[in-house]
Design a protein around this ligand. Structure first.
Ligand code: SF4
Ligand code: SF4
Length: 77
């Protein structure tokens, strides 16, 4: 399965939790330790077991385009 990761722009995140609900791997959480300038606790990737597949569902559902998805490229030998 494809491996991936995401970068969340926490400064722009509204903490709406749509990406949490949408992620099939359940690797996005709300970061209660961070309060951004807008006054929201933003989303954060918590993926110690590298379960993110790079499916991009999170970035599709984010209403503020805060999430950038990176997918591993595998080159055949
Ligand atoms: S790319 Fe897919 S698996 Fe990775 S965090 Fe987003 S929704 Fe979850
Ligand atoms: S969907 Fe976007 S705005 Fe909402 S919590 Fe996730 S990253 Fe933040």
């Amino acid at each position: 399965m494809a491996r991936g990761t995401i970068i969340i722009d926490q400064a722009r995140c509204k903490g709406c939790t749509l990406c949490l609900a949408a992620c099939p791997q359940e690797v996005i959480e709300i970061d209660d330790n961070v309060l951004n300038a807008k006054g929201y606790h933003p989303a954060v990737l918590v993926d110690p077991d590298n379960k993110c597949t790079g499916c991009a569902i999170c970035t599709v559902v984010c209403p503020d385009a805060c999430i950038t998805v990176y997918r591993e490229v595998r080159v055949r030998a």
